[in-house]
Design a binder for this molecule. Structure first.
Ligand code: PLP
Length: 431
């Protein structure tokens, strides 16, 4: 592969954009690259870089492209919306239609508010939880990522873990002291913290996917629901990754546990900038202009983005019977085959998978259940895996702390080609 155009663009980028990227994981730093590929376009399961290289893509814009790049139905909707105007700063009918559609898929949401990103959704959800409970503190789990608002950048996952730290600088001590943290899966610790009755909400990824994919369970989520009920704490499920991926109705449908507030992100914009938070009417009624919890946004519910989301969610709803089963079958085919290849070359791995998501951990542990396990997994092996794939036309997540995303557009041929390349990677690792 030639990467010279990407390299040239990076040389310019790094002078004008910190690290040359607008979101840190994109820099490819933790997989030993000096510069990333710069993407020119995408179609179906593939992306193409500025050097003309073609790649089978397992990032899928970090989740939303469950139908693949530039899906025809989404594209048609976007084209029609663009013709009508870019943004009005006034309400449009399509916002209401997408709101109805999303609430139909998530019965825990009586009402919903759109934002422009997942970060804004979780930030607003925490604010409304504080107002509703009249409490200041919040609880989150170690290694879970909920976007980059101040109160949620504590013991965080995703890009922070990738770069080897978990708490951002630039956040006041006052904010930090109000964010409490527990290890994922530790029911006793959650109980101790919430029994103080000082905590407004427990915000959690019901299936953590920002320290690699970590398996969750109905029993654990039920315990969280029960402790929140006993202590008057609101339970927020951050379904920015799991929403519409794990099942149409997200982890709450898959496990049958109902949160008080749900946050959703990029996937309900079909790849365009959208987020949302929603919940019971009495909670949502606290939001301005009905109540006095302020939330706003010039581009919240942007007409092009909500139209893309409407087409995407409509497609998922109409095809839910077959679509989720097929995605899961693809992931099972991939992960079973990867396990066989690992055995062939004696490479110790553990794969966590759910729905259309999976993470390969290079580790000899029997189970990967918490952050400590992930941190201790082999970074060098992950880097060899990533680089062998990249050099042979497959893009895996550029960090061992992220999940692979499979889409409807990935064909059997794509999966088989990917497995051939994974064979090459594991052979190198095993040597
Ligand atoms: N919550 C979770 C679970 C996420 O994975 C992310 C981003 O990946 C966010 C929130 C933040 O979303 P955004 O990047 O759209 O701000």
């Amino acid at each position: 592969m030639r990467y010279s155009n990407s390299e040239k663009i990076y040389e310019k980028a790094v002078k004008i954009i910190p690290g040359g990227v607008n979101s840190p994981v994109r820099a490819f730093k933790s997989v030993d690259k000096t510069y990333p590929i710069f993407v020119n376009r995408g179609k179906g399961s593939k992306i193409y870089d500025e050097d003309g290289n073609e790649y089978i893509d397992y990032i899928c814009s970090w989740g939303p492209l469950i139908l693949g790049h530039n899906n025809e139905r989404v594209l048609k909707g976007v084209r029609e919306a663009i013709e009508l105007g870019s943004s009005f700063g006034l309400p449009t009918k399509m916002e209401v239609e997408l709101a109805e559609l999303v609430c139909k898929c998530y019965p825990s949401m009586d009402m919903i508010r759109f934002t422009t990103s997942g970060t804004e959704a979780t930030m607003a959800a925490v604010r409304v939880a504080r107002a509703f409970t009249n409490r200041n503190k919040i609880l989150k789990f170690e290694g879970c990522y909920h976007g980059h608002s101040d109160s949620l950048l504590v013991s965080s996952g995703s890009g922070l873990l990738t770069d080897g730290y978990q708490d951002s600088n630039g956040i006041t001590e006052g904010v930090l002291k109000d964010t409490l943290v527990a290890p994922f899966g530790n029911i006793q610790k959650v109980k101790e913290i919430l029994e103080t009755k000082e905590v407004a909400c427990l915000i959690m990824e019901p299936v953590p996917a920002n320290m690699g994919l970590i398996n969750s369970s109905k029993e654990f989520l039920q315990a969280m629901r029960d402790i929140c009920d006993e202590t008057g704490t609101l339970l927020i499920f951050d379904e920015v990754i799991s929403g519409f991926r794990v099942a149409l109705g997200g982890a709450q449908e898959y496990y049958g546990i109902t949160p008080d507030i749900t946050t959703l992100g990029k996937i309900i914009g079909g790849g365009y900038p959208v987020g949302a938070f929603g919940g019971k009417k009495e909670i949502m009624d606290m939001i301005a202009p009905v109540g006095r919890v302020y939330h706003a946004g010039t581009l919240s519910g942007n007409p092009v983005a909500v139209r893309a989301g409407f087409e995407m969610v409509s497609h998922l709803l109409e095809n839910r019977e077959t679509l989720y089963k097929e995605l899961e079958e693809k992931v099972i085919y991939m992960t079973d085959s990867i396990e066989k290849i690992a055995k062939k070359y004696d490479v110790p791995i553990k794969i966590n998978k759910l729905g259309s998501l999976f993470t390969i951990f290079f580790s000899d542990l029997d189970e990967i259940t918490d952050l400590e396990h992930v941190i201790n997994s082999n970074t060098t092996h992950y880097s060899i895996y990533f680089n062998t794939l990249l050099d042979n036309g497959v893009v895996a997540p550029p960090s061992k702390y992220e999940a692979h995303f499979v889409s409807v557009a990935h064909t059997k041929e794509d999966l088989d080609r990917t497995l051939e390349v994974i064979d090459m990677a594991f052979k190198k690792i095993g040597e």
